[in-house]
Design a protein around this ligand. Structure first.
Ligand code: TXA
Ligand code: MG
Length: 362
C-alpha cells in the first residue's frame, strides 16, 4: 500500500505445545514497543498489537488493508483480566467462561472507557477472548498487555492456518511471525454478543451454537449473512470475505443431491471451455472426480478436498488451506460443496457462503 513503511519481517519457530519462553521474549518486547506480531491461536493466526496503543492498533489496519469500521478482538492471557476491559459483566459470563475459556469463544460486552475507539471501530462494546493456544497465552502473558488481533490475512483473503499463509499475505508488513505449525481448529472463534437481548451469535465458529445453548437457552443466531448483500448487518459482516481470486459458487444440499447439482453446473461450464476448480468434502469429491474423469485428466478440472462430511472438524481444519490451494491452481471459476451446517459445519458453511459472496445454489 502506498506510503506504508516496509517492515523487516522476522520468523521465529517455536514448539506449539511447549514454546521456549526465551524465544517469545523478543516478540513480547515488540508488542510492548508498538510492533506488529503474528502469533498462532487454536483457531487461526492472529495479527497482534498492544490493544491500548492507538498507533500500534492503526498499524494493524494498515498492514491488513482493513477498513477502520471493522472492530478487533482483544485477546487476554486470563479471564481474570476481563474487568479491566469491560464495564459490566453479566451473570452469564461466569458459566460461559468457565466452560469455554481458554478457547474459541469471543464475547462482546460494554467496554471500559480506556479501551480505544480504534479497537472497537467507535462502538461502545469490545470483543474479548482468552485463546487456548499455549503460544498465544505465553506471548500475551509475557507482554502483560491485552493484545488486539484480527486474523493475520490481507483484507478479504482467507484466514491463515499456517505461517506460509501469513507470509504470502503480510511479508514486509509485520515485524515478527511466530511459526508454530498448523492451527488446530482452522476456523475463527464464535462471536457471541452479550450486549444485546437475547444474546446473539454474530459469527458461528469454533464453539457450536448447541454448546452455547446449554448455558444460554435463548441465544439467537444472526440471520443468514447471505441476506446481507444490500446492508452491512453488523460491523465486519461484509459478504466479500475469505474470497479466492476466482469467482466461487457454493452448492448446498445433502451428499447425492449436491454432487448431482455440482456436476450439472460443472458440465455446462466445461462445454464453454471454462477451467474449473472443485472444492468439496472427500465423499462428494470422489463422486465428482469419477464423473468428470476425462476433464480432470486434461487439467480442465482441478479437485481439492477438505476433510469429509463424516469428519467436519477435519474439514474445518483444512478449509482455508484448501481455498488458497484451489485458487493457486488458477481456475476461471470455483464450485464448492459444504458439509451439513451443523456443529462446526455451521462455521464452514458461513465461510464458504461468504467466499462465494452469497452465490449459493441448492
Ligand atoms: O478466532 C478468532 O476470532 C481470530 C483469532 C486471531 O483470535 N480472530 C479473528 O478476528 O477472527 P477478526 O478481526 O478477523 O474477526 C473479528 C470479528 C469481526 O467479524 C468483527 O466485526 C467482530 O469480530 N467484532 C469485533 N468487535 C465487535 C464488536 N464490538 N461488535 C460486533 N462485532 C465485533
Ligand atoms: Mg478475519
Amino acid at each position: 500500500m502506498n506510503g506504508m513503511p516496509a517492515r523487516q519481517t522476522r520468523v521465529i519457530r517455536v514448539d506449539p505445545a511447549h514454546p521456549d519462553p526465551n524465544a517469545l521474549v523478543d516478540a513480547a518486547h515488540r508488542l510492548r514497543d508498538g510492533g506488529l506480531v503474528v502469533f498462532p491461536t487454536e483457531t487461526v493466526y492472529g495479527l497482534g498489537a498492544n490493544a491500548l496503543d492507538v498507533t500500534a492498533v492503526r498499524g494493524i489496519f494498515e498492514a491488513k488493508g482493513r477498513p477502520s469500521t471493522d472492530p478487533l478482538i482483544v485477546h487476554m492471557a486470563d479471564a481474570s483480566d476481563l474487568p479491566s476491559l469491560v464495564r459490566d459483566v453479566p451473570e452469564a459470563v461466569g458459566p460461559l467462561t468457565a466452560r469455554f475459556w481458554p478457547g474459541p469463544l469471543t464475547l462482546i460486552l460494554p467496554k471500559q472507557p480506556h479501551v480505544p475507539g480504534e479497537v472497537t471501530a467507535g462502538l461502545d462494546t469490545v470483543a474479548v477472548r482468552v485463546p487456548a493456544h499455549p503460544v498465544a497465552r505465553a506471548l500475551i502473558a509475557a507482554a502483560a498487555r491485552p493484545v488486539a488481533a484480527p486474523s493475520a490475512n490481507r483484507f478479504s483473503r482467507p484466514s491463515p492456518t499456517e505461517a506460509a499463509h501469513v507470509l504470502a499475505d503480510l511479508d514486509g508488513r509485520v515485524d515478527i511471525v511466530i511459526d508454530a505449525g498448523r492451527t488446530d481448529i482452522g476456523v475463527e472463534s464464535t462471536v457471541l454478543d452479550l450486549s444485546v437481548h437475547p444474546p446473539l451469535v454474530r459469527r458461528p465458529g469454533g464453539v457450536s451454537v448447541d454448546a452455547i445453548r446449554t448455558i444460554l437457552p435463548d441465544v439467537q443466531v444472526m440471520s443468514r449473512v447471505s441476506d446481507a448483500g444490500e446492508a452491512q448487518v453488523s460491523p465486519g459482516q461484509l459478504l466479500r470475505h475469505y474470497a479466492p481470486r476466482a469467482r466461487m459458487t457454493l452448492v448446498e444440499g445433502e451428499q447425492h443431491a449436491a454432487a448431482a447439482r455440482l456436476l450439472t453446473e460443472a458440465r455446462a461450464r466445461l462445454a464453454q471451455g471454462v477451467r474449473i476448480g472443485i472444492l468439496a468434502p472427500a465423499e462428494d469429491a470422489a463422486t465428482v472426480s469419477d464423473a468428470l474423469g476425462d476433464a480432470v485428466a486434461d487439467g480442465q478440472v482441478t479437485v481439492r478436498t477438505f476433510g469429509s462430511r463424516a469428519e467436519p472438524a477435519q474439514a474445518a481444519r483444512e478449509l482455508f488451506d484448501a481455498i488458497r490451494a484451489i485458487d493457486a491452481a488458477g481456475p476461471d471459476e470455483i464450485l464448492a460443496i459444504a458439509p451439513a451446517p451443523e456443529g462446526i459445519g455451521l462455521a464452514i458453511h458461513d465461510r464458504l457462503t461468504r467466499a462465494a459472496e452469497g452465490r449459493v445454489l441448492r
